[in-house]
Design a protein around this ligand. Structure first.
Ligand code: FE2
Length: 281
């Protein structure tokens, strides 16, 4: 059995397949706004009409719990630029997209996703921000990253690093992997539950991965952040709805904070709640 066959037959690979089914349902436009507003749970939407309402809300994680965490590694840097494209003309084009769900299988908007990876030669940019960038899931819980296939470096299989954080929730730090990579079998960090679904399209690759964050979701409205508050003039005290730049200083609850990543603040993203965005000091 060669490497490709072994990976294709693992139970873990089938987990990815099920998430792909869920993702496909969303992409087909099945009641996405209703899902976002707390309508029928996603899996139930797939399987039948509202007559099945008495059933418990299915999980979208196949019983394994939320997307597993992995080590950060030595190359994370805060202050990555806000961008969904990290291409610079080098390497094999890779488009990675997917949804971010909570435990109730409902997509979550406004999730901060911070990606970093090696360049096509397997090197990280530790002085600048090549192949580093963060973005937020849109109103449908969708993200798209335009990048390149990362190169290999000694001791590891091919991978992409990511931090994911829903508003007001803990950070998930993990890594995503490519199927059919020979080094997957020897990399002790590699986890097949984190395999992307990767297709070759033209001269590039299209990859899909849906995250499931450990965020409780009830049948009611999802805890997505919204803001109707008008920020106070002059700043100084943290407020929602303000476009803060990296390096901006605010106070919140009598404590000073420094902004680590440019973003527009939201209720639920108060500085103590989002260490990816604010550092006390
Ligand atoms: Fe790495």
């Amino acid at each position: 059995m060669d490497d490709m066959d072994r990976e294709n037959e693992t139970p873990e690979a089938r987990h990815v397949s099920r998430k792909t089914v869920l993702r496909g349902a969303l992409a087909a436009g099945i009641a996405a706004p209703a899902v976002l507003m707390g309508g029928p749970a996603l899996a139930r939407t797939l399987t039948g009409p509202a007559a099945e309402d008495a059933e418990p809300t299915p999980m979208c994680d196949d019983g394994d719990g939320p997307t597993v965490a992995q080590i950060e590694g030595p190359y994370f840097k805060p202050n990555s630029p806000l961008r969904s494209s990290m291409v610079d003309g080098s390497g094999v084009a890779l488009t990675l997209s997917g949804y971010v769900f909570g435990r109730g299988c409902q997509p979550i908007s406004g999730v901060l996703l911070d990606f970093w990876q090696a360049d096509t030669n397997g090197a990280y940019d530790n002085t600048g921000f090549r192949f580093r960038g963060h973005q937020f899931t849109d109103s449908r819980g969708l993200y798209t990253l335009t990048t390149i296939v990362p190169g290999l470096y000694p001791g590891r299989t091919r991978h992409i690093h990511v931090k994911a954080q829903a508003p007001g929730q803990p950070i998930l730090t993990t890594q995503l992997y490519f199927p059919n990579e020979p080094r997957n079998n020897t990399d002790t960090i590699y986890d097949p539950r984190l395999l992307m679904n990767v297709q070759t399209v033209g001269g590039g690759r299209q990859a899909a991965f849906d995250f499931v964050l450990n965020v409780a979701q009830n049948p009611g409205p999802t805890p997505t952040a919204t803001s109707t508050t008008t920020p106070p003039p002059g700043g100084g005290t943290w407020a929602p709805g303000v476009a803060y730049a990296a390096g901006a200083r605010v106070t919140y609850g009598g404590v000073g904070y420094v902004c680590l990543q440019g973003h527009t603040s939201m209720t639920g993203w108060e500085p103590p709640n989002v260490p990816a965005l604010w550092r006390a000091g």
